[in-house]
Design a protein around this ligand. Sequence first.
Ligand code: ZN
Length: 239
Amino acid sequence: MRKRTWWLAGLLAVAVLAVGTHMMSKSRCFQLVGDVVCRVETDRRIVALSFDDGPTPEGTDAVLATLEEYGVTATFFLIGNRLERFPGQAERLTAAGHEIGNHSYSHQRNLFRSRDFYRSEVRDTDALLREAGIVTDLFRPPFGKRLIGLPLEVDNAGYRTIMWDVEERPEDFDDPEEFAADIVSRVEPGSIILMHPMYRHNDVARAALPLVLQGLAARGYEIVTVGELLAHGESAASQ
Ligand SMILES: [Zn+2]
């Protein structure tokens, strides 16, 4: 009986540890190593709009045209192997005044990998961005997942981890108006919004983008880049 109790307690401890590790790996506002930001404290009605993945030529076409129409600048987290496959797209984004961040090289799940894996995921994309004339200190983990190895390398490479507090919910809303209204309803001053309009299957996100921009404007929000939002948060905190 006693042996069985110990065995059960051990099993429970392993389960708690596994759940805890899983929760921590996807926590938006907390990580064990290095700097992480999921939103900024402010009373001003400003928000940052961020786009993950790509760049793809058709995604860049779609998003650039919409942002230009509304006079908005945003932050794009780009994947290294897409930068190699579609040269010139990152330059198009920066030429239009947008901000670029690093979103890993291969966009693989990245828990329990080697130090060399993390190093090349961060630094290979860093090198590709520099070749395109882009220097950034913004890193977003693929799937938002990380524990210790990736944040350590992100920190060593001079980056900070940028998460988000408002994410699109395509699994719940396939109508662009509802999709956009859901995002806009959850935004607060200092929010970082995450959308995925780069790939063809993201047509709802693409169709919703102008509606998100209209909805934010109607609620009095100004859209800035992540870098501008961070700078505002730091100056607000030091006052
Ligand atoms: Zn991604």
